[in-house]
Design a protein. Sequence first.
Length: 274
Amino acid sequence: MALKQRVSPLRNQLRAAIPLAFPELHPLIPDLTQPTSLRFLQATPTPEAIVRQGRGHLLAQWQPRRCCGQWRPEKWQHIYDLATESIGLKDPYQLDEFAIKALAQALTDALAKQPLWLMQAIALLEGRQDFQLLIQLPRMGKPTAAAMLTAIGDVLACTKGQPLVKLAGRDVRRFESGASIRKLPKLSHVGSGYFRYWLYHYALRLVAHEPHCTTYYQRRKRQAAGQGAGQRALMAVCDKVIRMIYRILTDQASYSPQKDQSIAAYYAAPQKAA
């Protein structure tokens, strides 16, 4: 989680530093996390560094197909032409070059360590019974199960599913006085943002690929018609997933798709009759 939180500010700082030193390069790098983008920014991030190398050396180093990666070979010729006429800030002491290189190196390091730490976390949790129970859920991969168990902690400390809802920030907080205008309450968004992130994306996968979850999502969307109905229906799926995880972990019972399908069929029967 710390590495994931570290990537975003590094990417933002790097995105803010490039237009100052080399503004023409900014639109040419849509994704700063690409390996080619990071390798280039660690080598020649400023116009002075590019011109200092010379056209021949730059093209010989980066233009071969094995070196240019996700970029096209002709892109390097265009970059050199832009560097010779760049309007970026002059950097006689190479301070901007040093800063961009340092940020690119730190971002590369954080991105490289993320899968390594994830694999270590999965290796530590793989032998536990609660991990084996979670991966039996539909569309639940090992990274998602490891992340959720890490965020939840000791589920036995919860006497019911509501504390897990609060942990994910899915509970409703209402503050009103006697003279206030009644409006729809908003979610608190307190608790673990890490748990909320993985839960949200897991709910998206269920809605996209699991028929009974899609049916439940469409039913809740019709019930909450209006602006934001889809998001409210997706939050209902998140609540359903939280309570399903709580039931599985506390009962130490395997996931049974028949139970969820029977519930979906029960609510779908009146609609078919109508």
